[in-house]
Design a protein around this ligand. Structure first.
Ligand SMILES: Nc1nc2c(ncn2[C@@H]2O[C@H](COP(=O)(O)OP(=O)(O)O)[C@@H](O)[C@H]2O)c(=O)[nH]1
Ligand SMILES: [Mg+2]
Length: 290
């Protein structure tokens, strides 16, 4: 970890622009505070990646918020080429000041250099592949640059450091860990699947009312009955009865049944969290830009 940080501290000195990938569904949880510290003072382009899985309205609010902080922002599906033009334009805008300075000093114009960074699994490799589709030839060592540094030539005006900066996410609080597990940024095995599912269900019930009912074809009557059953049966404090009622109903609807017709909560939890992660549940954001 310290090694990755040091590598990024060294690499950031070589570039004009830092491109940080965040997951559009949870931009705060996927932002590593060390990256922000290390790249301080550099021009920043934030890519809200996997935006095909995120809530469009919420993503627009995030774009506004990051722009207000002085960054360029592009919402992206890194698997597709379609937004790469926007990315190049944003980089052009970030580099404009530097280009003007170079021109004034009579320095010959050279390509803008950028470093990609982000936590694992956020889509860095996918993005680099899409961006460099045609011209991914390595440009090799450059004089004056750390030996061994390779640059990918994206266009005549734009080069990319070929090794992205990878830092692990920070688990500042429980919510961050939950979000990272739900979007698949960390191995969910480290967390209890059923608890993870309860957190997701609780969030969806509050923020996307009706979504679960529709996805799992649950009627209002069914939900009310099951909830009433939990209210009388479960008296322990701190138990999320509403989420549990949804999980049990979904288990039964989807055939997650154990011997004796009991709901298999573990299987239901996996099914529900997978439906979210893969986008089958629809476009959902876990963090809002308030
Ligand atoms: N739905 C969706 N999946 C993506 C997107 N970008 C990357 N992925 C997937 O996310 C996974 C991790 O991507 P990868 O590029 O290896 O992440 P890296 O660890 O940051 O290099 C892969 O399965 C990609 O196909 C995107 O914009 N949308
Ligand atoms: Mg990668």
């Amino acid at each position: 970890m310290a090694k990755a940080r040091r590598a990024m501290e060294r690499d950031v000195k070589l570039v004009d622009v830092v491109i940080e990938l965040l997951d559009a569904r949870a931009p705060l949880s996927t932002e590593n505070p060390d990256i922000r510290r290390i790249t301080k003072g550099k021009k920043r382009l934030i890519l809200l990646n996997k935006s095909d899985l995120a809530d469009k309205g919420v993503t627009s609010a995030w774009i506004k918020r990051f722009k207000a902080e002085g960054c360029e922002v592009v919402a992206l599906d890194a698997r597709s080429n379609s937004s790469m033009g926007l990315v190049k334009e944003a980089i052009g805008r970030l580099a404009e000041e530097k280009r003007a300075r170079d021109r004034e000093k009579g320095i010959k114009e050279r390509a803008v250099r950028a470093l990609i960074c982000g936590i694992p699994n956020v889509g860095k490799s996918t993005f680099i592949n899409s961006l460099c589709k045609r011209a991914s030839a390595k440009t090799g060592d450059k004089p004056g640059v750390t030996k061994g540094t390779q640059w990918l030539k994206v266009s005549a005006e734009f080069e990319l450091l070929d090794t992205p900066g990878v830092l692990w996410p920070k688990f500042d609080d429980e919510r961050t860990g939950t979000n990272l597990a739900l979007i698949g940024a960390v191995n969910e095995e480290i967390l209890n699947k059923e608890e993870l599912c309860i957190e997701l269900l609780d969030y969806l019930i509050k923020n996307y009312p009706g979504l679960l009912d529709e996805r799992y074809v649950l009627s209002e009557t069914e939900i009310h009955e099951k909830l009433a059953e939990y209210e009388t049966k479960v008296t322990a404090l701190g138990v999320n009865k509403r989420a549990l009622a949804y999980m049990e109903l979904t288990a039964k609807k989807r055939g997650c049944i154990k011997k004796g017709a009991e709901a298999d909560f573990e299987r239901a939890a996996k099914l529900i969290t997978d439906d979210f992660k893969t986008g089958r549940m629809g476009r959902i954001s876990l963090e809002k830009a308030e």
